[in-house]
Design a protein around this ligand. Sequence first.
Ligand code: SF4
Length: 342
Amino acid sequence: MECDQCEGSAVVHVEYAGVHRCEDHFRESVESRIRRRVREDNLLPEDASPEDPETWVVGLSGGKDSVVLTTVLHETFARDPRVELVALSIHEGIEGYRDESLAACEDLAADLGLRHEVVSYDSEFDVRMDGVVERDPEDMSACGYCGVFRRDVLARHARGLGADKLLTGHNLDDEAQSAMMNFLSGDISQMSQHFDASLGPFPAAEAGGERPETGVRDPVAADPEAGSFVPRAKPLRDVPEKEVALYARLRNLPTHMAECPHASGAYRGEIRDLLLELEERHPGTRHAVMAGYEELAGLAAADRDGAGPAGGGDRGDCERCGEPTHGEVCRACQLLEALGGA
Ligand code: SF4
């Protein structure tokens, strides 16, 4: 089959767009979607300058998503003195899994000449996920603990590295699954926080940090008490998972493909299968879900500003670690206490 843009051989049929693409045009389309998302989400403010650059910390796990994101961002901004990229990896303490993926991270960072920091749950909390799974005091999935610890470590270390933004490699499938899960749980508050924390575009400089209109995020609303909050962004969120995998394979990028031995999330798995089935029968479903979700989540966020039903609640600082929390003690400290580590 021929590429629809040239006479080269197609390597992919993109059903939702109704086009065949050769390797060059496929790679170009992935890169342009990432760059367009960076522009449309206003990730690089107008006042960024070589004297006062933006520091973007990229969460690098060694999986295909974070490797593709880090590579494309590096190639886009390596010669732009207004942006400094730093890679941050986390070792969760999973024998035989994370060691290999960290090797992929180190290879990539060395290839790109990027500053690369590695932090571990062991050094941060004196726990390892292998031990957490064995003890499991809260009777919940491994990912339940791991997600809480990861958010805490990423936020603190991004801040310590002077990050203006924390970028993660969530792809279109990841985001459409999260959107469907929030839809199906009817959790409007979660939708509004999702929008302000990591989904909506940043306000333009002239807005002076205020939410100027519905459909633009207010990072402060996601965390009104914590002046040290690092806003997150997901520049890969327009690219489906399969295309990310194909891009990484065509470019022979150093990725670690093995699955974590503690991987869980049966409900997310059901949603993933449902969305893939719908996508096969109705190409474009994931894009449509995200377009509608983003609009609704933006309305919910604006409504919360007016103390509507999405109400975000009061936030303060955890009395043990000082991280932002809704209660007196944050979730990470609660879990550490249950594990006997605090
Ligand atoms: Fe942690 Fe779950 Fe990811 Fe494994 S699959 S690294 S336990 S979040």
